[in-house]
Design a protein around this ligand. Structure first.
Ligand code: GDP
Ligand code: GDP
Length: 501
């Protein structure tokens, strides 16, 4: 693709940039993406449904986004590298891909934010001033904070003045940065930049680091409250053993416990069990949650299924990973599907265990393979183990499957890596056009783990089909075995020029 296509991950909109639909069509919440609310932003989800998805405290909130804008050669890249402490290698240029928006994970005083370097100049496209202004406008629409970089040695140029006008109209906070101020001799010139009407100029030397600490303190002060990191509980990882009645949950728990007495036939309610069971599998301790019910075999005369499903939901909720047990000797049922859906909807890691393998003959194995293909396509990514609680077959494989699923659930893709991957995918297969214009994917960030949640910043709505395509590609590139992943979209629009403030 050529840089003129206007479809890749680029910072400069072609003239007449499409303004995405102000609201996402209803149904946007379906499929792969949850659509988090957008505090203080113009584009938002339409139907309010995602509110329920935000039950947790801001878990889907990505780190705050800081965009760096400015003319070529003023020292943006040098400043970015200074802020990153060069911890993160600059992304390689990929041939054929416009790489003009690079996002990095940054950290200052323990606060995480995403730094977006909006370089990328097309030689002889439109005038430089127009390009930089458009870029600044885009950045102001996308970011939580804009760093407007000016060469402190040359002072503000006409282009800088034009950009300053754009940024003064933007409703996002802007910090004015004067670079190349390597010593105090250059400081007096910096004071002249107050005249741009963007507040105090921050003199820095990206090269030597001078002033960068003060700048970063100001950055943090200007950012919205950091989303709270989810507390990671220590101790053994929490596993739910779930499945429809009679698939062999009690038997498997019993087998895993290495107990000789049969829990299966235990009289109900004779002992007060602890709610969870600590089991050692594969040389590691695991907390199997809510196993009291399995041990006790509470059998209410009526409504048993109802209580079983309540118990299932509660166990999944308190677990990190669920082992869904299926009866390999019987067809995969609607009820099995419901249990699996409960796990993925709760965003937990998933392992599928086919029990009663001792009853499976060659014929059944064949039909089961077809059933799995047909019925379990949605969770193709889940590790599968074939076990027998009765004979103990392969139960030692469970620990490995649990570890793999949890590793995927915990996985975080660094922002820079994610974006260079995304730029290639989107360049090769752009989102389908709607109303003649293809929405552009500006950049992405992984907002959270457990399960992995991705947020794509775009100029327009991305259809569920395209988000599923991205999910498939993401899974092909990174190892998300055993975990659901969420991809949500935030549409950011160019601000209207007149009267928007
Ligand atoms: P960008 O195009 O805005 O990303 O600018 P660069 O970061 O590539 O910098 C352009 C030129 O200015 C390079 O030759 C840098 O070495 C130089 N430069 C950048 N920051 C500083 C600085 O703080 N002090 C000095 N003396 N030179 C700098
Ligand atoms: P739960 O309702 O899921 O807890 O299932 P149970 O553990 O009570 O098992 C239901 C029935 O399946 C019992 O009769 C078990 O003996 C039997 N069962 C459990 N696991 C196996 C297995 O691996 N092979 C065979 N053949 N039978 C099993």
């Amino acid at each position: 693709m050529t840089p003129e296509d206007g479809r890749g991950v680029r910072s400069d909109p072609p003239s007449g940039t499409p303004v995405g639909a102000g609201r996402l069509p209803s149904g946007a919440a379906a499929g792969a993406g949850r659509l988090p609310g957008e505090p203080g932003n113009e584009a938002s989800d339409s139907d309010g449904a995602p509110a329920g998805a935000l039950a947790g405290p801001l878990l889907d909130e990505p780190a705050a986004i800081v965009a760096v804008v400015g003319r070529p050669n003023v020292g943006k890249s040098t400043l970015v590298n200074r802020i990153l402490g060069r911890r993160e290698a600059v992304v390689q240029d990929v041939p054929g891909v416009t790489r003009d928006r690079v996002a990095y994970d940054a950290n200052w005083s323990g606060r995480r934010f995403t730094l977006v370097d909006t370089g990328g100049w097309e030689p002889d496209a439109r005038g430089l001033a127009a390009q930089v202004s458009a870029q600044a406008e885009r950045a102001a629409a996308t970011a939580d904070l804009v760093l407007f970089v000016i060469d402190g040695r040359t002072g503000a140029t006409d282009t800088d003045l034009a950009v300053a006008r754009t940024l003064r109209r933007a409703s996002r906070p802007v910090l004015l940065v004067a670079t190349k101020v390597d010593d105090e001799r250059a400081e007096p010139d910096v004071a002249a930049l107050w005249s741009l009407g963007l507040g105090q100029p921050y003199p820095v030397s990206g090269l030597h680091g001078r002033g960068s600490g003060d700048l970063l303190d100001a950055v943090l002060a200007a950012l919205p409250e950091a989303p709270p990191e989810r507390e990671e509980e220590g101790g053994p990882r929490r596993v739910a053993l779930v499945g429809r009645p009679n698939v062999g949950k009690s038997s498997l728990l019993n087998r895993l416990s290495g107990e000789t007495r049969s829990v299966v036939h235990e009289v109900a309610g004779t002992t007060i069990d602890p709610v969870d069971s600590l089991l050692t599998l594969g040389g590691e301790q695991w907390r199997f949650v809510d196993t009291a019910g399995l041990r006790r075999r509470v059998r209410a005369a009526g409504g048993m299924e109802y209580y079983a499903s309540l118990r299932t939901a509660a166990a999944i909720e308190s677990a990190e990973v669920a082992v869904v047990l299926l009866d390999a000797a019987e067809p995969i049922s609607e009820q099995d599907q419901r249990v699996i859906a409960a796990v993925t909807e709760a965003g937990r890691a998933l392992v599928l265990a086919f029990n009663k393998w001792d009853l499976v003959d060659a014929d059944r194995r064949e039909t089961l393979a077809r059933e799995v293909d047909r019925e379990l396509a949605r969770v193709r990514w889940a590790p599968r183990v074939n076990v027998s609680a009765l004979t103990g077959r392969a139960v030692d494989k469970l620990a490995g499957a649990l570890r793999i699923a949890l590793a995927g659930w915990d996985r975080r893709v660094p922002t820079a890596e994610l974006n260079s991957w995304l730029a290639q995918v989107v360049a090769a297969t752009p989102p389908p056009a709607r109303g003649g214009k293809s929405p552009r994917v500006l950049f992405a960030t992984q907002a959270g783990t457990r399960p992995p949640r991705f947020v794509l910043f775009t100029t327009g709505f991305l259809e569920a089909g395209y988000r599923r395509f991205l999910e498939r590609r993401l899974r092909a590139e990174y190892d998300f075995t055993g975990t659901p992943i969420e991809i949500s979209v935030r549409v950011r629009e160019k601000r209207k020029r007149a009267g928007s403030r």
